[in-house]
Design a protein around this ligand. Structure first.
Ligand SMILES: *Cc1c(COP(=O)(O)O)cnc(C)c1O
Length: 386
C-alpha cells in the first residue's frame, strides 16, 4: 500500500461532478424546432415529450415537470396541505428544510441511521406530536430511506409521506423504483445531478387526483381562461430546458455504466484501508450512481476527513464534504429544540466523516486510479503530506 513518490497533481481542477452534455448540433436541432413553433414555455410539446419519456424511463405513474426541484418541493407541501410540523433529516441539502420553512412549516429534525444515513424511523416516531402533519425523508446519495417502516408510521398517525429523491432518480429497491413510495417524490434536474436540464425538477405521484392538483398549482392555479381555482405558483419548465433534458435522456445509460466502473475502482482500491467505510451496498437495492461517498474515521485512518480534503486539494482534487455542516447548524435552525446536537449523535458523527469523491463518467478509470494513488500516498505518511 505504501507509495513513496508523490503522485502528479491533475493539470485541471477535478470536481465532484461534471454535467453530461449532448453535442451542440443535437441541441441545435431541438432549438430549430422551438424557433419554428415559437412556443417557448407553457406546456409545450417538448415538455410533454420529456414528461412522457422520462416518466416511462423511471417507471413513474404520474410525473409533473418543474423549473427546479425546490419549487417542486414547495408545490408538494402545498398540494398535500402540510402545516404545523414536518419531521425531516438534518443530513441533506439546504433546500429540504428551507422548502418547509417557506411553507410556514416548522421542520423537526430526526437523527439518521448509521449505515444508510437516512432518517431513522424510531427517531421519527418519537418526534410525532399533535402538530405533526407529515414526514419528509431524503434518499441521501441515492440510498433508500426505510420506506416500509416510514409508511407504517405515516399510516399509524395519519401523516403525509414525502420523499426528496433528488439523488435517487434511478434507485430501485426489491426491483421497484424508489420514486413510487410515499405520497409524493421530488426530483431535481439541476446541472449537478446525473440527469439534468440545467435547472429543473419534478414531482412523482401514484395518485391521479393529486397529480391534477399539482399540475394546477404549478401554473398559478389556472383551470381555463375564466377560472383560477387555486393559489398556485409558477413552477413550469420551459421548452429550452425540456429540449436539453431530451438530449440528456439519451446519454444517461452510458453515463451510468461509466460511473459504475469508477465505483468498482474506488471499492477495490479503498475498501481495505483502516478507518475507511465505503458507500454501503444494501441487499435488494440498486443505487442511482449519483454520488460516491466514503467515510473517514480519524482514529483509525490517522488523519481527519478535513485533513484528507485539504491534502487532495493540493493535487487539484476538489472532493466535497456533503452534507457538512448539517442543516441544524445553520443560524436559522440552530435554536430549534430538535436541532440540539445531543439529540442527533449519529448525524453529527456522520457529518464529520463523509467525503464525496469525483464521480462522473469523463473522469475515466485512470482518473479514479490516480485519485486512489493520492489517497494511498497521504495515508502512508499523513503528517508530512498534508
Ligand atoms: C439538488 C437538491 C435539491 C434542490 O434541487 P434544485 O433543483 O437545485 O432546486 C433538493 N434536495 C437535495 C437533497 C438536493 O441534492
Amino acid at each position: 500500500m505504501r507509495s513513496c513518490t508523490a503522485p502528479r497533481a491533475f493539470d485541471e481542477p477535478i470536481y465532484v461532478t461534471r454535467p453530461i452534455l449532448p453535442s451542440l448540433e443535437t441541441y441545435l436541432e431541438y432549438l430549430r424546432e422551438i424557433w419554428t413553433s415559437r412556443q417557448l414555455t407553457n406546456a409545450g410539446s417538448l415538455t410533454g415529450e420529456l414528461e412522457h419519456l422520462l416518466g416511462a424511463y423511471i417507471e413513474a405513474s404520474h410525473m409533473s415537470l418543474f423549473n427546479n426541484g425546490t419549487m417542486a418541493l414547495l408545490t408538494a407541501c402545498q398540494a398535500l396541505g402540510l402545516s404545523g410540523e414536518v419531521i425531516t433529516t438534518p443530513f441533506t441539502f439546504p433546500a429540504t428544510p428551507h422548502a418547509l420553512t417557506w411553507s410556514r412549516i416548522t421542520p423537526v429534525f430526526a437523527d439518521i441511521d448509521p449505515v444508510t444515513m437516512t432518517i431513522d424511523p424510531v427517531a421519527v416516531e418519537s418526534l410525532v406530536t399533535s402538530r405533526t402533519t407529515g414526514i419528509l425523508g431524503v434518499h441521501v446519495y441515492g440510498l433508500p430511506c426505510a420506506v416500509g417502516a416510514l409508511q407504517v408510521i405515516a399510516e399509524k398517525f395519519a401523516l403525509r409521506l414525502v420523499y426528496d429523491a433528488a439523488h435517487a432518480l434511478t434507485t430501485r429497491i426489491n426491483d421497484r423504483p424508489i420514486i413510487n413510495f410515499g405520497d409524493i417524490s421530488m426530483l431535481s434536474f439541476h446541472a449537478t445531478k446525473l440527469f439534468h436540464t440545467a435547472e429543473g425538477g419534478a414531482l412523482v405521484t401514484r395518485d391521479e387526483q393529486l397529480r391534477q392538483r399539482i399540475d394546477l398549482l404549478r401554473n398559478f392555479g389556472i383551470k381555463n381562461e375564466t377560472t383560477v381555482l387555486e393559489c398556485g405558483i409558477n413552477g413550469k419548465m420551459s421548452e429550452l430546458h425540456a429540449a436539453l433534458g431530451l438530449c440528456a435522456l439519451s446519454l444517461i445509460e452510458n453515463e451510468r455504466a461509466a460511473r459504475r466502473k469508477l465505483a468498482t475502482v474506488y471499492r477495490e482500491r479503498l475498501g481495505d484501508f483502516p478507518g475507511v467505510t465505503l458507500m454501503p451496498m444494501l441487499p435488494n437495492v440498486i443505487l442511482s450512481d449519483q454520488y460516491f461517498v466514503i467515510r473517514i474515521r480519524e482514529s483509525q485512518f490517522g488523519m481527519s476527513r478535513d485533513a484528507l480534503c485539504a491534502a487532495l486539494k493540493r493535487f487539484k482534487v476538489f472532493a466535497r464534504r456533503y452534507f457538512s455542516p448539517l442543516c441544524t447548524e445553520y443560524p436559522h435552525y440552530k435554536s430549534l429544540s430538535s436541532a440540539d446536537p445531543a439529540r442527533l449523535p449519529v448525524a453529527y458523527a456522520v457529518a464529520q466523516e463523509v467525503i464525496c469523491l469525483p464521480f462522473y463518467g469523463a473522469l475515466g478509470i485512470d482518473g479514479a486510479h490516480r485519485i486512489c494513488d493520492m489517497i494511498e500516498y497521504v495515508f502512508a505518511a499523513p503528517l508530512e503530506r498534508v
